[in-house]
Design a protein. Structure first.
Lengths: 112, 115
């Protein structure tokens, strides 16, 4: 089953703008990760944030986590055409062993 | 190899046939996962192996689906009596148990089409 919702389902912006995607989940978690998927390819891990962390940065990526609201956001700054892809949040639940539970994803299009 | 390898990349079969999908994980990764992804959706968990044993098979939709990992490395997902609803991309991932936060490394997937 899907963990929750991602918002928006699709996002189209101009190159150079910032892109923000949101994710909500339903259960208590150990960690939350964001993955990227180019069309027809496998998923690539971007960033992981632990349940006791509130914010994390990696290059042009900024992730926030609010466990009280069971939500996370991914910000991509200074977007590039190559950032065009689908982005998924994934959680591993405290009671869920090792499996990841994915959101439905946000389809991001960066227009040159 | 350097990454997770899945074969075939595409599989077209007829309703009722049997199919096998193969996954070759990253060398040294003891954990292996199978997910299924339908068009426009996120991946959904099927089964997780730790070594040779299935530690969690709660995501397998029914008894037509079965997976093995006999030597703790390569895994095969087997689907009997395929149905059109089985059409999806089947993704395999591997990870180091005890590694940072269960980061999983995905293969490119097998696109299964049941006609």
């Amino acid at each position: 089953s899907q963990q929750g919702e991602e918002d928006p389902q699709a996002l189209s912006i101009q190159e150079g703008e910032n892109a923000t995607m949101n994710c909500s989940y339903k259960t208590s978690i150990n960690n939350l990760q964001w993955y990227r998927q180019n069309s027809g390819r496998g998923l690539v891990h971007l960033i992981l944030i632990r349940s006791n962390e509130r914010e994390k940065h990696s290059g042009r990526l900024r992730v926030t986590l609010d466990t009280s609201k069971k939500s996370s956001s991914l910000l991509i700054t200074a977007s590039r055409a190559a950032d065009t892809a689908s982005y998924f949040c994934a959680t591993d639940e405290i009671q869920g062993a090792q499996k990841l539970v994915f959101g439905q994803g946000t389809r991001l299009t960066i227009n040159p | 190899g350097a990454g997770v390898s899945q074969t075939p990349s595409n599989k077209v079969t007829e309703k009722g046939k049997y199919v096998e999908l193969r996954c070759d994980p990253i060398s040294g990764h003891t954990a292996l996962y199978w997910y299924r992804q339908s068009l426009g959706q996120g991946p959904e968990f099927l089964i997780y192996f730790q070594g040779t044993g299935a530690a969690d098979d709660s995501g397998l939709p029914n008894d037509r689906f079965f997976a093995v990992r006999p030597e703790g490395s390569v895994s095969t997902l087997k689907i009997q009596r395929t149905e059109r609803g089985d059409s999806a991309v089947y993704l395999c991932a591997s990870s180091l148990v005890g590694g940072l936060g269960n980061i999983q490394y995905f293969g490119a997937g097998t696109r299964l089409s049941v006609l």
